[in-house]
Design a protein around this ligand. Structure first.
Ligand SMILES: [Zn+2]
Ligand SMILES: [Zn+2]
Length: 231
């Protein structure tokens, strides 16, 4: 079973649930640890501002007092790549978990973001450049998890997996965006990478649902390499 879910969203970004609802349903689902990892401020309209992260942290502190000894709630962030090795990890708080991913929601205010958005929309990908930038950003920031690699923007999964293994960063098997095939997971495993399964829940009914991720991990025979899986 999956014992931790480090990728959930709340109504601070584009999730539909409050942090208290995410905590309650995750607890009911038997999770020991969760992270609320909302989209950071680089996402247009839906990103959490630096000030709102402070408010979210207070809510999470209160929830931790409420669930003490039963479940731990971490403050995470789903950061966007901003180009030149930069990403939008907030500075007003220190997130306990940092996820990094390409998204379509980043304001195209520089050449990098414009090109990324163009690729996501046209589906014509500059795989080498995308992979170089993702690896660089992962290496230059305190990233823990590569969220849904290959979603929105294509990357070279083999090169990424080698780099992730070297940097001790986990490759996510995302239940909402099942971006990697069983063959991709086998390739990552051959490169020495380890995995984490996440719900990426945005709605009540997604919380605690890892069915698709578990199925593909089982098909690829990589469940022993999934850090939040226990038999
Ligand atoms: Zn995402
Ligand atoms: Zn997400």
């Amino acid at each position: 079973m999956v014992i931790q879910d480090l990728h959930t969203h709340t109504n601070y970004s584009d999730g539909r649930c409050t942090p208290a609802q995410v905590a309650a349903l995750s607890y009911q689902a038997g999770l020991q640890t969760i992270a609320i990892s909302d989209h950071s401020y680089g996402s247009i309209m839906l990103g959490v501002s630096e000030d709102a992260f402070v408010k979210l942290k207070t809510e999470i502190d209160n929830l931790n007092a409420q669930y003490e000894g039963r479940m731990r709630i971490m403050l995470g962030v789903e950061a966007n790549l901003l180009g030149n090795g930069k990403c939008d990890i907030p500075k007003t708080i220190t997130p306990e978990v940092v996820l990094l991913a390409y998204h379509r929601s980043v304001l195209p205010k520089n050449r990098f973001a414009t090109k990324a958005l163009f690729q996501a929309l046209s589906k014509r990908y500059d795989i080498k450049r995308n992979t170089d930038e993702l690896i660089r950003t992962m290496c230059e920031n305190p990233v823990n998890i590569l969220a849904h690699p290959n979603e929105y923007i294509r990357i070279d999964i083999k090169r990424l997996a080698y780099a992730a293994a070297k940097e001790n960063v986990f490759i996510e098997i995302n239940n909402k965006h099942l971006s990697l095939t069983a063959d991709d997971l086998k390739t990552c495993a051959d490169c020495g990478a380890r995995f984490i399964i996440s719900s990426d829940a945005h709605h009540l009914h997604d919380i605690g649902n890892f069915e698709r991720s578990v199925a593909v991990a089982r098909e690829a025979d990589v469940l022993p390499l999934v850090i939040n899986w226990r038999e």
